[in-house]
Design a protein around this ligand. Sequence first.
Ligand SMILES: [Zn+2]
Length: 207
Amino acid sequence: MAERCNQPIALHLDHGESVEQVKNALKWGYTSVMFDGSRLPYDQNVAITKQCAELAKVAGASIEGEIGHVAMGDETALTEPDEAEAFAAATGVDALAISIGTAHGYYKSEPKLDIERCRAIAERLPNVPLVLHGGSGTPLDEVRKAIENGIVKINVATEFQDTFLKSVNKNLVALDGKFMPIDKFMDPVVDDCAAHIARLIRFFAGR
Ligand SMILES: [Zn+2]
């Protein structure tokens, strides 16, 4: 699909769980991979991320790591600036996911981001792009502050999937039991998803 597209495509493995997964993604043409060792002991996270970084480098792809832990239905561990600096130096990652108060999935109450922590990490790592996971449902003024303090990539999955499901439902209800070929059915769903992401991209870019 990437080859057929007339736009430049970045294909990213998010939250890679093993060297094997990263290896496969690189073999299949991913341009960017993440190894997420954020739940592992520090030394193990460093060792495996470093190994993945070396593989990515050989394949000409970029590599993202994570230090601290952005909750995935478990506990958040905020990123320590000292540890982030040491982790980036020890692994050679091209981008670093940090934990400053967001979480994956839906929020039960509005998250409050630790912007001071974000700034402190960015000051230690001026040459390493910082990544914010758990972008879905984060108030946009908080996201704006994070961008102003060093975040350059924002991961949004949950609210995008939510847009997809709601659009499928809306169009299905409108169809009222009549048949429609699936490709034709999907056209307005794809338009809704594209519009959602376009709005976010414009906001992130400050336009
Ligand atoms: Zn994530």
